[in-house]
Design a protein. Structure first.
Ligand SMILES: Cc1cc2nc3c(=O)[nH]c(=O)nc-3n(C[C@H](O)[C@H](O)[C@H](O)COP(=O)(O)OP(=O)(O)OC[C@H]3O[C@@H](n4cnc5c(N)ncnc54)[C@H](O)[C@@H]3O)c2cc1C
Length: 355
């Protein structure tokens, strides 16, 4: 077989380096890889993979995943399904459907240009629209679950396209059924949001509010909040186009009240947030910084922590995913030794056996 197969008008490439399909720019090869522009291609390409008993993963921009050095011994579907449509409007809301392969930030920009409020604080998050429900993407006080009405997807169990209402997506803090109980089952093709015609109102998320107070901003529209978010994010986070990274590498740990009380005694200034269920959320960035990983450059692995935000692990000169994992393990171990807190990795380390 050549390096290219042609199946029902789709090109399927063979032995493709996956490094450019992850913003961490590491990992082996995909046995097969194809781009999908039309949702009707999904059942065909899945049939093709099933006949060959291959695992299948659908990806967007690769900004929340890491490929192993072994690569992916199956079929990688790169989602390019576009579309943006205002379905209906009433005096309070607009219902907007967005194709899952649309660049997320461009989609947010469109809603903002239409003076719609609800996802403007999620500006500049890299990746595709279809990936946002997977980890219930969130930033600066907004998350997908707040405005999402439903997810359209191809269900590989029923072999049908389905519409899943948001309250059946199993959303939680940086999680959903798409990355837990139903991992790999659904191929997300579109999202429907209910956005507001009204303007956003204070109080805003603390780091936005600080910027607002410093700049003495008095008027708030979705466009103004988007501009503030872009300014705040750009001052702290590296652009994955120029610096290889996956954004926050660890989620903020959630611990019991008892465990927190013991930590608080030792570290009275430890930042924390009380959750509705009585548990306590800690700042993973603070834990890393106080475990000695502020602006930390590891010559051995070629990995580093970003100088403005230790939670962002940066691939400076790493040669393999194994280098990254060594660096990750060292951070997890040292944070655990110092604080007794287990860090949980946010980007997915893709294992073909899970698909
Ligand atoms: C600099 C930087 C900043 C970031 N900031 C934030 C932030 O503020 N908040 C936040 O929550 N995240 C953040 N992220 C993480 C990331 O951008 C988001 O998780 C984003 O939604 C991932 O989109 P993607 O298209 O790149 O997904 P990918 O990395 O390609 O995929 C991620 C997961 O979703 C699955 N998936 C993707 N598309 C589909 C689909 N159509 N159907 C089914 N499954 C699918 C994949 O199989 C994989 O499991 C940041 C990342 C970077 C690099």
């Amino acid at each position: 077989m050549t390096n290219l197969e042609y199946y029902k008008l789709m090109y399927i490439r063979k032995n493709v380096s996956l490094a450019r399909y992850s913003t961490m720019r590491l990992g082996g090869e995909a046995k097969y890889l194809t781009n999908i522009k039309d949702k009707s291609d999904i059942p065909h390409v899945l049939d093709w993979a099933n006949e060959r008993k291959l695992p299948v993963i659908m990806i967007g921009g690769g900004s929340n995943l890491i490929w192993s050095d072994k690569g992916f011994d199956g079929l990688v579907i790169v989602n390019k399904i576009i579309g943006y449509k205002v379905e209906k409007e009433d005096h309070e809301h607009s219902y907007v459907t967005i194709g899952s392969g649309e660049d997320w930030d461009k989609a947010v920009a469109k809603t903002v240009a239409n003076k719609l409020h609800g996802i403007e604080a999620l500006s500049l998050i890299p990746g595709t629209t279809g990936a946002t429900p997977v980890q219930n993407v969130g930033a600066y006080g907004q998350e997908i679950a707040d405005t999402l009405i439903s997810v359209e997807a191809y269900d590989s169990h029923s072999k049908k396209f389905v519409v899943i209402p948001a309250d059946q997506c199993g959303f939680g803090y940086r999680t959903s059924r798409f990355k837990t109980t139903d991992k790999g089952r659904f191929y997300i093709t579109a999202l429907c949001f209910r956005l507001y015609h009204k303007n956003p109102e204070p109080p805003f998320y603390p780091s936005l509010q600080t910027y607002i107070d410093t700049m003495n901003i008095k008027k708030f529209t979705p466009r103004i909040i988007r501009e503030i978010v872009i300014a705040v994010r750009s001052s702290k986070l590296p652009d994955p186009k120029t610096v290889a990274n996956n954004g926050s590498f660890f989620a903020n740990p959630i611990i019991s009240n008892t465990k927190f009380n013991a930590l608080h005694k030792k570290y009275p200034h430890i930042p924390h947030w009380k959750l509705k269920d009585g548990k306590i959320k800690l700042s993973a960035a603070w834990l890393l910084e106080h475990a000695g990983f502020k602006n930390f450059h590891d010559v051995k692995t070629g990995m580093a922590t970003w100088h403005k935000q230790p939670l962002v692990l940066v691939n400076e000169k790493a040669e393999s995913t194994s280098d990254l994992l060594h660096f990750r393990n060292r951070i997890i171990k040292e944070v655990h030794t110092k604080f007794g807190v287990e860090l949980e990795q946010e980007p997915e380390l893709v294992e073909a056996s899970q698909y």
